[in-house]
Ligand binder design. Structure first.
Ligand code: PLP
Length: 422
């Protein structure tokens, strides 16, 4: 089996090959600080780019609607077993194409159209699929949002309880895309029980931390748990759903034939590889370092004059208000990208600005930590971020930082032997 980038593509489609080469250069010479991104292992990349993409396998192991699935059955069973062992889950479905399809299937299993649901407001860190009006979730169900408190920008469980008592939702969704603090799943369970609601936890962002025991685990607490596999878990793009045994059939039917047809078997096999990697030596240390790095990055950004939402972080990401530097998040992210530091702009709670030009940025540490970067590098990176953002009119600062970023990246090589064109 060749490396995933080889001469064949260059011969067949030089245009795509060239673009891939450009992206390779970007990924290896920039600081990837978007907290939902990571570098998948070579084994995961190889599995994704394999012959396993060639076949249909609608159905589940032992109950397929297509012949010739003997190896696919074994692969999918292995993925299921590994995920169940890693997360000590009663039931898991590994067929979800994306985090959005996982949430879609979970709603499909537990809700009827128009049912009342509670989810975290996207303006306060929730995901699009947690009830945004432009998303299917906001159109198909009656979502009621909760947020963080104005006082400390953390989840306010008393307020969530009082909304739940008023709304009486059928389902409460907890979990977020831009929340730097620990989520108290037990508290959510209490609230759900008080109002007779199902509880769903979306752990897409923090799943790696949970697998390593660094964040409370909702799998025994919630009725259903959805997660992506490509963020802190460092696997292929994709998702899985965990649920209690009693909901296994409901969830499996909601996935297939409810909301998906043919599973992406190359992706399922790559998920299996990622679950194996997550059980091997070094995974806990990696997640531990992700959290340590985020804390050091947070302190460094504070020293540079950014205001941190909640004052810091417990997890892999930092939500930072850049308006004290007289910038908005979009301009800040664009300036940083010129310097080779890639973050995304983000709304902060109670933002007075729009989603397209919000007040914040949301840097994270999973990808940098995969490269082997530690506290020393985080301190340096925070200084570079400060230098760039404090002198937005000085292109020379960005050029100088870009060069230093390149040099740092060279010291922490990634995929250095994968470029094998021509
Ligand atoms: N749920 C949360 C909390 C997320 O942060 C995301 C993606 O960022 C998703 C779901 C959706 O995942 P995907 O982009 O794979 O559809």
């Amino acid at each position: 089996m060749s490396t995933y980038m080889d001469a064949q593509l260059f011969q067949t489609d030089p245009q795509i090959a060239k673009l891939m080469e450009g992206e390779y250069e970007r990924q290896t010479t920039c600081l990837m600080m978007i907290p939902s991104e990571n570098y998948a292992s070579r084994a995961v990349l190889q599995t994704m780019g394999s012959i396993l993409t060639n076949k249909y396998a609608e159905g589940y192991p032992g109950e397929r609607y297509y012949n010739g699935c003997a190896f696919y059955d074994m692969l999918e069973n292995l993925a299921i077993e590994r995920a169940r062992k890693l997360f000590k889950a009663e039931h898991v479905n590994v067929q979800l194409h994306t985090g959005t399809s996982a949430n879609y299937a979970a709603y499909y299993a537990f809700l009827e159209l128009g049912d009342k649901v509670m989810g975290m407001s996207t303006a306060h860190g929730g995901h699009l699929t947690h009830g945004k009006d432009l998303n299917f979730s906001g159109r198909f169900y009656e979502f009621h949002s909760y947020g963080v408190s104005k006082k400390d920008e953390r989840l306010d469980y008393d307020e969530i309880r009082s909304i739940a008592k008023k709304v009486k939702p059928k389902l409460i969704v907890c979990g977020a895309s831009a929340y730097p603090r620990t989520v108290d799943f037990e508290k959510f369970r209490e609230i759900a029980d008080e109002v007779g609601a199902f509880l769903m936890a979306d752990i897409a962002h923090i799943v790696g931390l949970i697998a390593a025991g660094l964040h409370p685990d909702p799998i025994k607490v919630a009725d259903v748990v959805t997660t992506t596999t490509h963020k802190t878990l460092r696997g292929p793009r994709g998702a899985i759903i965990f649920c209690k045994r009693q909901y296994a059939e409901k969830i499996d039917k909601a996935v297939f034939p409810g909301t998906q047809a043919g599973p992406l078997m190359h992706q399922i096999a790559a998920k299996a590889v990622c679950f194996k990697e997550a059980q091997s030596f070094g995974f806990k240390e990696y997640q531990n370092q992700v959290v340590k790095n985020a804390a050091v990055l947070a302190d460094g950004l504070k020293d540079q004059g950014l205001r941190l939402v909640t004052g810091g972080t417990d997890n892999h990401l930092v939500l930072a208000d850049v308006t004290p530097l007289k910038l908005n998040g979009k301009d800040a992210a664009d300036l940083l990208e010129e310097a080779g530091i890639v973050v995304n702009c983000n709304l902060i709670p109670f933002d007075k600005r729009s989603a397209m030009s919000p007040s914040g940025i949301r840097p994270g540490t999973p990808a940098l930590t995969t490269r082997g970067m530690k506290e020393e590098e985080m301190t340096q990176i925070a200084k570079w971020i400060g230098e760039v953002l404090k002198k937005p009119k000085k292109e020379s600062v960005r050029i100088a930082v870009r060069q230093q970023v390149r040099e740092m990246c060279e010291q922490f090589p990634i995929y250095h032997d994968l470029l094998n064109w021509r």
